[in-house]
Ligand binder design. Structure first.
Ligand SMILES: *Cc1c(COP(=O)(O)O)cnc(C)c1O
Length: 226
């Protein structure tokens, strides 16, 4: 496969077209879905190339990797929006609050308290999504579905700006039931944003109401080092 034939520009355009088409099929406007381009493992040059193609919203799963890549970029382009999509340790809450615009992986009390303290101290309030472990997989982060309502209430008491939910469905199951469950938890808690859907299933996630899709491989190719 020549690099040109399957260029970043082509792949990004194809993902955008697929998002617009899935949104259209669901009777939704294309701009009701935000594409979070997941750049983990990819070098700064790749991020710059995506920015040159008009992409402004990015996701990273590690605080430190994001700091290294995005510190300079943020200074150059104030319109970048950076999402944390990987597990966050409480002792990194300060760094995450300082860097990210959206923290998608709020999933336990200790982290909620650390984020609330860091926000109070820094006067910076990144929006938070609560991550729900819809498949109740022991190895996966996220609050259990049965504990979600109480946890969301607790986050609100801490005055965290929670306005959405995020999930990563189990790899070997059809994601539809997980997307539907996430949507239902959001509905009954009055949350308007749903981060769900990755390279393999973002079109289906949009049918189930995703407002944010997190797409890496379909845009940037295989991750470096995998
Ligand atoms: C890596 C990652 C993605 C992107 O996955 P692709 O299959 O490469 O699109 C989405 N969400 C999370 C939480 C991730 O860690």
């Amino acid at each position: 496969m020549s690099a040109n034939y399957n260029s970043l520009a082509d792949r990004l355009a194809a993902v955008r077209a697929a998002i617009a088409s899935a949104a259209g099929a669901a009777g939704r406007a294309a701009d009701s879905v935000t594409l979070v381009a997941v750049t983990k493992s990819h070098p700064l040059a790749t991020v710059r190339a995506a920015i040159a193609l008009g992409q402004r919203v990015f996701g990273e799963n590690r605080v430190q990797e994001a700091q290294v890549k995005y510190a300079a970029l943020r200074a150059e382009d104030p319109h970048l929006e950076l999402h944390l999509i990987g597990p966050l340790q409480s002792n990194k809450a300060k760094d995450a609050v300082a860097l990210f615009d959206v923290i998608e992986t709020l999933d336990r009390r200790k982290l909620a308290q650390a984020l609330a303290a860091a926000m109070a101290k820094q006067g910076r309030r990144p929006r938070c999504f609560v991550q729900v472990n819809t498949g109740e997989e022991p190895q996966k982060a996220g609050i259990a579905p049965g504990d979600a309502d109480a946890f969301i209430a607790e986050c609100r008491e801490l005055e965290l700006p929670v306005d959405g939910l995020m999930c990563i469905p189990p790899q070997h199951e059809s994601p539809a039931l997980h997307f539907a469950l996430l949507r239902e938890i959001a509905r009954r808690n009055g949350l308007s944003r749903l981060s769900m859907g990755m390279s393999g299933d973002f079109a289906m996630a949009i049918r189930f109401g995703a407002t944010h899709v997190r797409v890496g491989t379909a845009i940037f190719g295989e991750r470096v080092g995998e």
